[in-house]
Each structure stands twice: as C-alpha cells, then as structure tokens.
Design a binder for this molecule. Structure first.
Ligand code: HEM
Ligand code: HEM
Length: 167
C-alpha cells in the first residue's frame, strides 16, 4: 500500500513527539539522584552533593518535556491531527484516542506533581511514581499498536510520525 498521500502530522508535531519520547526515557534513567535528594529535602537532612547535577538535570529536562507537551497540545488544538488510518474500526479509533488523551494527561500530571514536589509545595513523590508506572504501561501499548499497525496491518500509522517510512 502507498502511504505518501495519507495525511500526516505537521513537522513540529513530529519533532515534539520524538523529543518528548527521548525526554521521558532520559527522565526514567536519571530519577534516582532526584529521589535521594528529595528524600533528604523532606527529612530536613543535607543532600549528598554528588546527586546535585543529575537531580538538577531531572528537573530541567522534565520541565522542558512539560513545556513541549503544552506546545504539542496547542498545535493539536490549532491544527488538529490527521485522523486515524484507513481501515481503523470505530472501536480501535476510540481506544487509540483514549490512549492518546491518557498519555497527554499523564505527561501533564508528571510535570505538575514533579514541580510541586521539587519546589517543596507538597510531597507528591508517590503520585509522581504511580503516574509514571501507568504512563509506562500506556507507552508500551501505544508503541506496540503503532508497530503492529505499520508492519502487520500495513496501514501507514507509524509513517505519520516517521516520514521516512512514507512510500
Ligand atoms: C515526563 C516527565 C518526567 C518523568 C518521566 C519523571 C520520572 C520520574 C521517576 C521515574 C521518578 C522516580 C519515582 C520514585 O521512584 O519514587 C521521579 C522522581 C522525581 N521527579 Fe520526576 N519525572 C518527570 C518530570 C519531573 C519534573 C518536571 C520534575 C520537577 C521539576 C520532577 C521532579 C521529580 C522529583 C522531585 C522526584 C522525587 C520524588 C520522590 O522523592 O519520591 N520530575 N521522576
Ligand atoms: C514517551 C513515549 C511516547 C509518548 C508519551 C507518546 C505520545 C503520543 C501521543 C500523545 C500521541 C497523539 C498525538 C496527537 O494526535 O496529538 C502519539 C501519536 C503517535 N505516536 Fe506516540 N508516544 C510515545 C512513543 C511512541 C513510540 C515509541 C512510537 C512508535 C513505535 C509512537 C508512535 C506514534 C504514532 C505512529 C502516533 C500517531 C498515531 C495515529 O496517527 O493514530 N509513539 N504519541
């Protein structure tokens, strides 16, 4: 099947989608120094200075991801999305939309709970952790569905986010 005439996401939407994905992977990889520093902060003891750089990076990259998600949502409201691939049943379309909305909600909630915890307003570290687990499950489902649709159903779903796959 040719996908070159299928509607795709705008370049900015594509760039931000993959930026957010890389950001989330980095965040999960560097969370431990942030947890140690925050535990010390809320116990009122001095944090280990060797955790400072990576903890600062977790806050910085997380904030950039949060801003990128806000820009993505703005682009989504401004320009919309290409809609589901041809041949997608209404049930599949409803599940895909639900997962996309849940992913946006988790991304926003990660940023908000992280910032409130880091700034000392409220210790929402447990919530931050549980949302991260839920988001991880959704990401696995989401990526699995995209790969299945692209390579088994061959409906060009992934080509909407990876223009090089368009043919
Ligand atoms: C999508 C973006 C983010 C992801 C995927 C992420 C991921 C994580 C993970 C996996 C943990 C470890 C949770 C635990 O084991 O208890 C963590 C901890 C933490 N993160 Fe994030 N994070 C994100 C954004 C942020 C932001 C924007 C901030 C603040 C500016 C932040 C601040 C924190 C803090 C303070 C902790 C320690 C919480 C605790 O002590 O329990 N995070 N993050
Ligand atoms: C941190 C990881 C990820 C997050 C948070 C995420 C989030 C999202 C969201 C919220 C959308 C909906 C965009 C919109 O319509 O506004 C989307 C679309 C999409 N994502 Fe991801 N994604 C992630 C990783 C991946 C991966 C690993 C793949 C591929 C293997 C992928 C493939 C796609 C595709 C193909 C679409 C378009 C779906 C369609 O047109 O129906 N995503 N993603």
């Amino acid at each position: 099947m040719t996908h070159s005439n299928l509607p795709a996401y705008r370049p900015a939407q594509i760039a931000l989608h993959w930026f957010v994905m890389v950001g989330v992977i980095v965040q999960i990889a560097i969370h431990e120094p942030m947890v140690r520093e925050t535990t010390a902060q809320y116990r009122g003891v001095a944090p280990d200075p060797s955790d400072a750089t990576l903890a600062m990076m977790h806050g910085l990259i997380g904030t950039l991801v949060f801003v990128a998600v806000l820009v993505r949502l703005w682009l989504r409201f401004r320009y919309g999305a290409p809609g589901h691939a041809q041949g997608t049943s209404s049930v599949q379309a409803a599940i895909a939309s639900l997962v996309h909305n849940a992913l946006y909600a988790c991304l926003l909630a990660m940023g908000i709970t992280g910032m409130l915890t880091r700034s000392g307003v409220a210790n929402l570290g447990d919530l931050h952790f549980f949302i991260n687990v839920a988001m991880f499950v959704l990401i696995v489902l989401h990526a699995g569905a995209a790969i299945f649709n692209q390579f088994v159903r061959k409906d060009g779903t992934l080509a909407r986010m990876i223009p090089a796959l368009r043919k």
